[in-house]
Design a protein around this ligand. Sequence first.
Ligand code: GLN
Length: 203
Amino acid sequence: MPEAALVASAAPIGVLALQGDVAEHLAALQRIGVAALAVKTEAQLASVCGLILPGGESTTLIRLLHRFALAAPLVARIRAGLPVWGTCMGMIVLAHEVAELEQETLDVLDICVRRNAFGRQMASAEVALDIPVLGPEPFPAIFIRAPWVESLGAGVEVLASHGGHGVLVRQGSILASAFHPELTHDDRLHHYFLGMITPFALD
Ligand code: GLN
């Protein structure tokens, strides 16, 4: 497993720090003992071996990515194989498109997402989610105005579903969750993301 290789690597894992629950992801990475970096500039982006896009507000984040001149370099690094993980807002921003909305995305993950998909009754909820790749113990998945995966391309694997829709998906080096593992103290998904990072991700 690449974890040993990662420990040997000096490159930190980044958390995109333009908007959203950045501090919670940084704290989770610190809890599991890896170097973490809040990423706000192109130079910082170039220095990380993996990147988390946190929860927040997807239309705001897209605007900020352009204002900070990070949209194009980020897409280029992701296309070159940088492991990325989007949580909630991050899932929306990585997606190919947003159902029924003319919303710009980075279009690197072959899914169509529906924003705020679970409706008012699930504006915020914790669900014991079955995630087979994490083992038999259910995961405490916190959904906050969460999207779901409306449709997906053949290269996308659904790792967990809720209410009949994908809420955790992976396409190669890209992971996306509709929920917020950084808001719990269950770090298994952060560990899983570590496992996706190899020295090959370093340019
Ligand atoms: N509903 C938000 C959006 O559409 C995402 C919510 C979240 O990240 N918790 O951007």
